[in-house]
Ligand binder design. Structure first.
Ligand SMILES: Nc1ncnc2c1ncn2[C@@H]1O[C@H](COP(=O)(O)OP(=O)(O)OP(=O)(O)O)[C@@H](O)[C@H]1O
Ligand SMILES: [Zn+2]
Length: 743
C-alpha cells in the first residue's frame, strides 16, 4: 500500500456486535485528522478508510479503535485478542510451508481460501466472555458471603463485584467519551451501575453488570451466526490444489496458483481455481457460484469455477484466473461491499438512535429529579427508576435490526445466485411495480440460429459468404449465428476491410472493393433496396417469430437471412409469477414489430419493438416516471438502460455476467429468478419491519413499566439483551428463505 495522500487502508475489526458498537468505531475514526470515507461493515468486521498518513498513522487509527474496546488488525490477518495470538486462518493446514514462502510476499488481500473474514473464537476466550465468567464468579462469591456473613460484609462483597465488573465497561465508556461520544451504552451502564450503589441497590448493581456482560456475549454469538453465511461462501474454495508439474502432482496452496498452471481435480473434490477443462469429462456442481445444484456436463474447452464440485471423473484444469480475481472472490467482495452500502431505513435508524440516547438520558434525569422535588416523593425510588430507564436507553436491538436482516438476505441470496448490491437495492427491489425485460439473451436464449437463407439471383452459399464477411466486424449474437452457419455450410470466406457494427441496425464492410451490408429490413428499406415482393417474404418469416436480415450492396439486394432465437423455457412462467406479485412486465427489443409480437405472444408479455439503444433508455425513463422499474438485461449492451431503471439486473451464467455494471445480478440462467429476487427483497423488508417493531415495542413496554415502578434494573437490561437476541434470530430466518417458493 502506498503512503501518498489518501491511500485506502483496510482492517479487520473484532468485537463489534451491534450497530452501536460499529457506530462508535466509525465516529472515533472519523474524528482523526486526515481521515476520510470511513466505512465500517459490521457483519464482515471490516473497517475501510482513506488515510493521509502524513497526518495520521495507521498505528494511530489502530490505537483509537482499540481504545473504544475493539480488536483490530490489517485486513487478512486476525487481530490478536488480548493474550492470544491466533494462527492465520488463511494458511493451508498442510506442511507445504516452504513452497509457500517462496511466493513473493503479497498481502493476503481478499483471498478466498479463508483469509477475508476472521474466524471467531469460542465465546469464553473472548474479552467479553471472560468478563461474563469473572462477574459471574464474583456474584456467586458475594451471594455465598451473603448467606454466611453479616449484612455489612455481604454488602461490600456486592459492591466489590459491581466495581470489578464495571471497571472495563467504564474504561470503554470514558475512552469513547474522550473520542467525542458521550452517549454510549457503556456510559449508560456505568452510570446505572455506580448509581445503583449510591442508593444501596448493591445486589442488583452486581446482577446488572453480570447480565450486561452476558448480553454482550449473546449478541456476539448471534452476530457471528449471521456472519457464518458469508464466511461459508469463502470456505467453499479448497485451501490446497494438486498442481501438475512435469507430469507429477504436488499439493500447493490454492491461493498461490498462477494463471496457466495445470491442476488435477479428483472426483468428489472442489475445483481450486477458475479455469478451463483441458482433459476429462465430468459433471460439475456449480451451486456455489450459480446456486444451481444439478451438475453440468463439462468437457475439454469448458470453463469451470473455483468452489464448484467435480462429481464424476478426474479433470485436468488449466487455471485462467488468479485467486483474487476468480468469480467467487468477486461475488464475496460484492456481498461484503453490499453490506456497507447502507439502506435508507438503516440510515434513518442511525439518525434516530443518535437522538434517542440523549433523549433517554434527558428523560431519566427528569424522572430522577421532578417527582422528589415537585411532589415530595422519595428520592431513592425515583433515582432507581431513572437508572433503570438509562438501561432502556441502549439502542442495540434497534440499531442491529436492519443490518442483521440485510446481511442474512444478502448471504441467502448469494447462495442461490441472486446477488444484490446492498440494502438500498433490496429496498428498491421490494417496491418494484414494473419489470422491463430485454429480449435477446434475457427472455430468449441469446443463441439465434439461421433457419432460412433466401437468395435473390445468386446462390445460398454466395449470400452466406458475403454476409459472413460483413459480420466479421460485429460481435452481435446475429453475427455469430451467421458466421457459424457459413462455416457449417462451407461457404468460402471473402476478405473484408473496414468491417464495423452499426448498433441497432446491422453491420457493414468493404468487400471486393465495394461496400456491403447485413442489416434489418427497415434499414435496408431506407437504402432503397427493398421491394414489395421481398418485403412480403420478410414479413411472412417475421410472423413466425424469426428475425430477418437483408444482405445488400449499394442499390441491389443479394438475399435475406432468417434467424430464430428460442424463448427461454421459463420465460412465460416468470411473467406469470410476476403478475401474481402484482408486477407488470414489458419486453423491450430492437427487433422488428412482427418478430417481437410473435415472441411476446408466446411468452404472454407486453412489448415494445424497433427500439434503438437510445430508445430503450427513453422507454425506461418513461416507465420510471410512472412506477418503480426493474430492468433485466445482459449487463453488457444494456448498461445505459440498466442504469436508468430503479434497479438494474444483469442476467447470465457465472463469469459472463457483468457483475460490476448492474445493481444486482442473477447468476443462474433462469428468468423466474427475477420473481425470486423480488420475493426475497419483499421478505427482507417484512423482516426488517418486524425487527423494528420488536425493538421499539419492547422498549416502549419497559419504558412504561419502569416509570410505573413495575420492573426494575435487571429486567431493563434483560429486556434489551432479549430484544437484541430476538431481532437477530428473526433476521437469521432469512437464511432459510426459499425465493423459489411462491407465497
Ligand atoms: N450485426 C448485425 N447483423 C445483422 N443485423 C443486425 C446486427 N446488429 C443489429 N442488427 C439488426 O438490428 C436490429 C436491432 O438490433 P439490436 O441489437 O438493437 O436488438 P436485438 O439484438 O435484435 O434485440 P434486443 O433489443 O432484444 O437485444 C436487429 O433485430 C437486426 O435486425
Ligand atoms: Zn453493543
Amino acid at each position: 500500500m502506498t503512503t501518498s495522500d489518501g491511500a485506502s487502508c483496510e482492517w479487520t475489526v473484532t468485537g463489534m456486535d451491534c450497530g452501536a458498537c460499529a457506530g462508535k468505531v466509525r465516529t472515533a475514526v472519523e474524528r482523526l485528522p486526515g481521515v476520510s470515507q470511513v466505512e465500517v461493515a459490521l457483519m464482515t468486521e471490516r473497517l475501510r478508510v482513506t488515510l493521509d498518513e502524513g497526518q495520521t498513522t495507521r498505528e494511530r487509527v489502530e490505537a483509537v479503535v482499540r481504545s473504544v474496546g475493539d480488536g483490530i488488525a490489517p485486513k487478512g490477518t486476525v487481530p490478536a485478542r488480548k493474550g492470544f495470538v491466533l494462527p492465520e486462518s488463511g494458511r493451508p493446514a498442510t506442511g507445504s510451508g516452504a513452497a509457500f514462502e517462496d511466493q513473493p510476499a503479497r498481502a493476503p488481500e481478499g483471498i478466498v481460501a479463508g483469509g477475508s473474514i476472521a474466524r471467531s473464537l469460542p465465546w469464553h476466550r473472548t474479552r467479553k466472555g471472560r468478563l461474563v465468567i469473572g462477574t459471574g464468579l464474583l456474584l456467586v462469591v458475594a451471594w455465598a458471603v451473603n448467606l454466611l456473613a453479616s449484612d455489612e460484609v455481604a454488602r461490600w462483597a456486592f459492591v466489590l463485584a459491581t466495581l470489578i465488573g464495571v471497571a472495563p465497561i467504564a474504561r470503554r465508556a470514558f475512552s469513547a467519551a474522550h473520542a467525542g461520544m458521550p452517549f454510549t451504552i457503556e456510559m449508560l451502564m456505568t452510570i446505572a451501575a455506580t448509581g445503583a450503589l449510591f442508593i444501596n441497590a448493591d445486589e442488583e448493581a452486581a446482577l446488572v453488570v453480570f447480565l450486561f456482560a452476558m448480553g454482550e456475549v449473546l449478541e456476539g454469538v448471534a452476530a457471528n451466526k449471521a456472519r457464518d453465511g458469508i464466511r461459508s461462501l469463502a470456505s467453499l474454495v479448497p485451501k490446497t490444489a494438486l498442481l501438475e508439474v512435469d507430469g507429477r502432482t504436488r499439493e500447493v496452496p490454492a491461493e498461490a496458483l498462477a494463471i496457466g498452471q495445470i491442476v488435477l481435480v479428483r472426483p468428489g473434490a472442489r475445483i481450486p481455481a477458475d479455469g478451463e477443462v483441458i482433459d476429462g469429462i465430468s459433471g460439475v456442481d456449480e451451486s456455489p457460484v450459480t446456486g444451481e445444484s444439478v451438475p453440468k456436463p463439462k468437457e475439454p474447452g469448458d470453463a469451470v469455477f473455483a468452489g464448484s464440485i467435480n462429481t464424476e471423473a478426474a479433470l485436468r484444469v488449466q487455471v485462467t484466473k488468479a485467486a483474487e480475481d476468480n468469480t467467487i472472490s468477486r461475488i464475496i467482495r460484492l456481498v461484503e461491499e453490499a453490506e456497507s452500502a447502507r439502506a435508507p431505513t438503516e440510515r434513518f435508524i442511525d439518525r434516530f438512535s443518535r437522538v434517542y440516547m440523549p433523549a433517554v438520558v434527558g428523560v431519566a434525569l427528569l424522572v430522577a429529579i421532578v417527582p422528589p422535588l415537585a411532589f415530595a416523593q422519595a428520592w431513592d425510588v425515583w433515582i432507581y427508576r431513572a437508572l433503570a430507564l438509562l438501561l432502556i436507553g441502549c439502542p442495540c436491538a434497534l440499531v442491529i435490526s436492519v443490518p442483521a436482516s440485510i446481511a442474512s438476505a444478502l448471504s441467502s441470496g448469494s447462495r442461490r445466485g441472486l446477488l444484490m448490491k446492498g440494502g438500498a437495492v433490496i429496498e428498491a427491489a421490494a417496491r418494484i411495480t414494473d419489470v422491463a425485460f430485454d429480449k435477446t439473451g434475457t427472455l430468449t436464449l441469446g443463441r439465434p440460429r439461421v433457419t432460412d437463407v433466401v437468395p435473390l439471383g445468386g446462390t445460398e452459399t454466395e449470400v452466406l459468404s458475403l454476409a459472413a464477411a460483413v459480420e466479421s466486424g460485429s460481435s452481435h449474437p446475429l453475427a455469430a449465428a451467421i458466421l457459424a452457419r457459413a462455416q457449417a455450410d462451407g461457404a468460402p470466406s471473402l476478405p473484408a476491410s473496414a468491417a464495423r457494427a452499426l448498433p441497432g441496425k446491422g453491420a457493414e464492410a468493404v468487400i471486393g472493393g465495394e461496400p456491403a451490408w447485413v442489416a434489418s429490413p427497415r434499414f435496408a428499406g431506407t437504402s432503397g433496396v427493398m421491394n414489395d415482393e421481398v418485403s412480403h417474404i420478410a414479413a411472412r418469416l417475421e410472423e413466425e417469430g424469426k428475425t430477418v436480415v437483408a444482405v445488400f450492396r449499394p442499390g441491389r439486394l443479394i438475399g435475406l437471412i432468417a434467424l430464430r432465437d428460442e424463448p427461454r423455457e421459463d420465460a412465460a412462467e416468470a411473467v406469470r409469477q410476476l403478475r401474481t406479485l402484482g408486477i407488470r412486465s414489458v419486453m423491450l427489443t430492437g427487433d422488428n414489430a412482427r418478430t417481437a409480437a410473435a415472441i411476446a405472444g408466446h411468452v404472454r408479455i407486453e412489448h415494445r419493438a424497433e427500439l434503438m439503444p437510445e430508445d430503450k433508455v427513453a422507454a425506461i425513463r418513461e416507465m420510471v416516471a410512472n412506477g418503480r422499474v426493474l430492468m433485466v438485461g445482459d449487463g453488457i449492451n444494456d448498461a445505459p438502460a440498466l442504469a436508468s431503471a430503479h434497479v438494474g439486473v444483469a442476467m447470465g451464467s457465472g463469469t459472463d455476467v457483468a457483475l460490476e455494471t448492474a445493481d444486482a445480478a442473477i447468476l443462474r440462467n433462469r428468468v423466474t429468478d427475477v420473481a425470486g429476487k423480488i420475493r426475497l427483497a419483499r421478505a427482507t423488508m417484512t423482516n426488517i419491519h418486524q425487527n423494528v417493531a420488536i425493538a421499539l415495542g419492547l422498549k416502549a413496554v419497559f419504558l412504561v413499566t419502569t416509570v410505573l415502578g413495575i420492573t426494575g434494573l435487571w429486567i431493563a437490561i434483560l429486556a434489551d439483551t432479549g430484544a437484541t437476541v430476538l431481532v437477530t434470530l428473526n433476521a437469521l430466518r432469512l437464511l432459510a428463505f426459499n425465493p423459489d417458493r411462491e407465497m
